[in-house]
Design a protein around this ligand. Structure first.
Ligand code: ZN
Ligand code: ZN
Length: 133
């Protein structure tokens, strides 16, 4: 993909935008989520560009540890029952404003994430419109 696609994502539970317009990764507003581990709680910023695995954590999380993700607005857990195909950790699910969902593995260090569209034709059309392919 030549063009970088920056995704605008929302909480699936309260519909609030998860974009942090004061924190940028790769020149785009990052996706901000609250996280907790067994020992600590903090914040993670995920790069909003599809296919970019860059992220920043406000706390130290050991590699391969599974992290719980929460919406910073409604504080509900974003983990879903679907498991990562690569490492079997729970996935988290975020809604893409243009349609569809992005699933991200909750294990630190696992880069598995993908986008799902409910109705591929319709959603892809909207997606391309919004991001101007
Ligand atoms: Zn929420
Ligand atoms: Zn995984």
């Amino acid at each position: 993909m030549d063009k970088q696609v920056s995704l605008h994502v929302k909480c699936p539970l309260c519909d609030h935008s998860l974009m942090d317009h004061e924190h940028f990764l790769s020149g785009k507003p990052a996706v901000k989520l609250n996280i907790t581990t067994d020992e600590d709680r903090g914040v993670v910023w995920l790069c909003s560009i599809y296919d970019c695995y860059e992220k920043e954590l406000s706390i130290d999380v050991p590699n391969e540890q599974i992290v719980d993700f929460y919406c910073p607005h409604c504080n509900k857990e974003l983990t879903i029952t679907q498991l990562c195909e690569v490492c079997d950790a729970p996935m988290i699910s975020l809604v893409i404003k243009a349609g569809g969902r992005v699933l991200v593995c909750s294990r630190n260090g696992c880069t598995n994430h993908h986008i799902t569209f409910k109705e591929v034709g319709v959603e892809l059309g909207k997606f391309y419109e919004e991001y101007g392919f």
